[in-house]
Design a protein around this ligand. Sequence first.
Ligand SMILES: [Fe+2]
Length: 135
Amino acid sequence: MRYEWTKDLETGHSVIDSQHKELIAAVNGLMDAIESGKGGEAVSSSLNFLNDYTIKHFFEEEMLQQKYNYPDYPNHKKIHDSFKTVIRDLKVREMWKGSSGELVNEVRDKIGGWLVTHIKGQDVKVAAYIRSVSK
Ligand SMILES: [Fe+2]
């Protein structure tokens, strides 16, 4: 199973949306790397890309929230921070144990599933708020 970009994932903020598309592609790329059987290096580099891009995206999304004084910023930041530890933990385990069938399930559910839920539940609110105050 791979994640697809669908209309219900659109927040309407072009920068946020294009970064989310990149993240979804990175999640799919990581699952491909794990399942390709090419081994550790392909998985590590996909996982590193996903980790780095997530950090960059969260930082930029948080800057936007601060710029517009988004009222739920502290909570949103906490949610981002705890997700960063999930990816970091996955990275550490992959380094020690290598990739496995178990890893692809975790990437699908804990990373991809989380991302989709977060976009629909939290990020759409951020974009709607930015729209409402920048009119
Ligand atoms: Fe977010």
